[in-house]
Write a protein that binds this ligand. Structure first.
Ligand SMILES: N[C@@H](CCC(=O)N[C@@H](CS)C(=O)NCC(=O)O)C(=O)O
Length: 213
């Protein structure tokens, strides 16, 4: 059975669990990282030399890096659904997944750390406002894209929607006071119709509030 290592409050674990849920894969998730620790054991280090979550183990296959895991699961179990067999169509999904990891995530995670993980007494309002503006520009790009098609890679939900979509639950709080983005809001509404999104992404992050470690 598929083993997933990582705490449910990690957005990178949530991305993987959302894919696991979409594919209805029998699995066992192990709480690791954050308050649960367990990343420094020789056993975990052998699986993931980076010592972060998530990691998966599927038979003899061990994979870390959340987007690499999503691609592996989609290719192995989601051909024709999450995974498009046409290389050109699949590249459309890949580009949004890589964009999330390299462009949206640094600003969005920076905002999350500044506004949620940093204790209130240490928070820098100007830095939070600047990070919110930087993140907003990325959500505006998503909004503009989603005003031309229903899903990020085209006409149907694919793995492309998972990494960027996983940020929307937290953006609800972090983006407060920013201009409305109608196409983004409609995408979020449609993602919320997916049980795996609600189960794995709409997870409380209160255990992370005020905790820098
Ligand atoms: N690029 C990696 C990032 C992995 C990462 O930094 N994970 C965080 C949680 S989101 C982590 O392991 N933090 C240490 C901890 O939880 O103890 C991925 O997408 O999987």
């Amino acid at each position: 059975m598929l083993q997933v290592y990582g705490r449910a409050s990690s957005i990178n674990v949530q991305k993987v669990m959302w894919a696991v849920g979409e594919l209805a894969l029998p699995h066992r998730r192990h709480d690791l990282g954050g308050q649960y620790g367990g990343l420094d054991t020789p056993d975990y280090k052998a699986k993931n030399p980076h010592r972060r979550v998530p990691t998966i183990e599927d038979g003899g296959t061990v994979v870390w890096e959340s987007n690499a895991i999503i691609r592996y699961l989609a290719a192995r179990y989601g051909s024709g659904t999450l995974w498009d067999v046409d290389p050109g169509a699949r590249a459309k999904a890949d580009q949004w997944m890589d964009w999330m990891q390299t462009t949206l995530a640094p600003d969005f995670y920076g905002l999350f750390w500044a506004a949620v993980r940093t204790p209130v007494a240490q928070q820098d309002a100007a830095a939070i406002a600047a990070l919110r503006q930087r993140a907003l520009k990325h959500f505006q790009l998503l909004d503009a894209t989603l005003s031309t098609r229903p899903w990020l890679a085209g006409e149907r939900f694919t793995m492309a929607d998972i990494p960027a979509g996983a940020t929307l639950f937290r953006w609800q709080e972090l983006g407060q006071g920013t201009p409305p983005l109608p196409a983004l809001a409609d995408w979020h509404r449609r993602l919320r119709e997916r049980p795996a999104f609600r189960q794995h992404v709409e997870v409380s992050y209160e255990e992370l509030r005020g905790r820098l470690g």
